[in-house]
Design a protein around this ligand. Structure first.
Ligand code: OGA
Ligand code: NI
Length: 339
């Protein structure tokens, strides 16, 4: 529990164990939060669906990252979600103690840094609350009891964000030429809520909230709030994801890159810290059941475009993902078909 960054971060200098290797340090160069990441108005889908399909497909193909506005989730729910999650992290340590665990197998847990604090080479400047959201009735009982509105608000957010995720997946199915519903049911049944809390940091040039990684799942819907910190790696450069009011950030995970046989991109991204304010983000990670078979969709492959990956169970993939510590090519290697 005393390992949580939020419990000691006001104590002074950045501890040595939080300094990341020179090649991954953000350094003193400020990366502006640019306008480069596509912003898609999903409200247009009801008027001109074809155009929305084209925009979503283009953004997923070129960037693997975009923001959505007019997405159908109310401003009030977004604000309430951010508020209740930020309140959770602000609660006194004794109110959070029962959720703190260093056991990665614990279903609902509060922890710090990455999956394995004890063995990692350096620590990350973040605390995390992570729990499943499906089946809601069963797992909600394991969620935090305080703040009192947590279960109600986050439960509703998870339902709405899943709906939004499915809507975007359906637009992508259309764009790719996959049959409607291809990415539904067990392909997108697992829902994991990850609330990240990055306290103000004494030296943001030396440490990271999250190092460069791709999300392993199908698609992620992220509420990033008003504080900047997320960056996407594109064409050898970092670009910032500008916080926009009431927008949600969407990113394509490795699973969808594989199913699309590389027609969609899964962009590497990272989180930098800042010295002034705490940053809180809430992500809903939509993915397959552990036992689902993942493979390039048959309708997207042909003699001219053979499958680039072999079929595998998602469970097997996750074990490689965690072992390779965010190195995307290393994660994908055992699943690639050698041509
Ligand atoms: C993640 C992630 C981004 C952020 O949790 O995988 O990329 O801004 N989060 O917190
Ligand atoms: Ni991520």
């Amino acid at each position: 529990m005393e390992r949580l960054v939020s419990s000691w971060c006001n104590d002074g200098d950045l501890p040595q164990s939080y300094i990341c290797p020179p090649e991954t340090r953000p350094g003193k160069i400020t990366i502006p939060s640019g306008d480069n990441i596509p912003v898609i108005n999903l409200g247009e889908a009801s008027i001109n669906r074809n155009n929305t399909v084209i925009n979503v497909l283009k953004a997923s193909h070129e960037f693997g990252f975009f923001q959505v506005v007019n997405h159908g989730i109310s401003e009030r729910l977004l604000n309430d979600t951010m508020k209740v999650v930020a309140e959770f992290f602000k609660m006194p340590m004794e109110d959070k103690a029962s959720l703190y665990s260093e056991d990665p197998n614990r279903v609902c847990r509060l922890y710090t840094s990455n999956t394995n604090y004890g063995t990692e080479k350096y620590h990350l400047w973040r605390d995390v609350l992570k729990h499943p959201c499906h089946q809601l009735e069963a797992c909600i009982k394991l969620w935090p009891q305080k703040p009192t509105r947590y279960r109600d608000v986050v439960g509703t957010f998870s339902v709405e964000a899943k709906k939004l995720g499915l809507k975007i997946l359906e637009l992508l199915c259309d764009g790719l030429g996959l049959e409607s519903g291809y990415l539904e049911d067990d392909m997108s049944e697992t829902l994991l809520l990850v609330a990240n809390h990055y306290p103000p940091c004494p030296d943001p040039s030396l440490t990271l909230g999250l190092p460069k990684h791709c999300d392993p799942n199908l698609i992620t819907i992220l509420l990033q709030g008003a504080t900047y910190g997320l960056q996407v790696f594109k064409d050898g450069q970092w670009i910032g994801v500008r916080p926009l009011p009431n927008a949600l950030v969407v990113n394509i995970g490795l699973q969808l890159r594989i199913v699309s046989n590389n027609k969609l991109k899964s962009a590497e991204h990272r989180v930098v810290t800042n010295s002034k304010v705490a940053r809180t983000t809430v992500g809903l990670f939509i993915g397959s059941c552990d036992d689902s078979i993942i493979e390039p969709a048959k309708s997207l492959t042909s003699a001219a475009e053979p499958p680039l990956y072999r079929p595998f169970r998602y469970r097997e993939f996750l074990s490689y993902h965690f072992a390779s510590m965010g190195d995307t090519e290393l994660t994908l290697q055992p699943f690639k078909v050698s041509i």
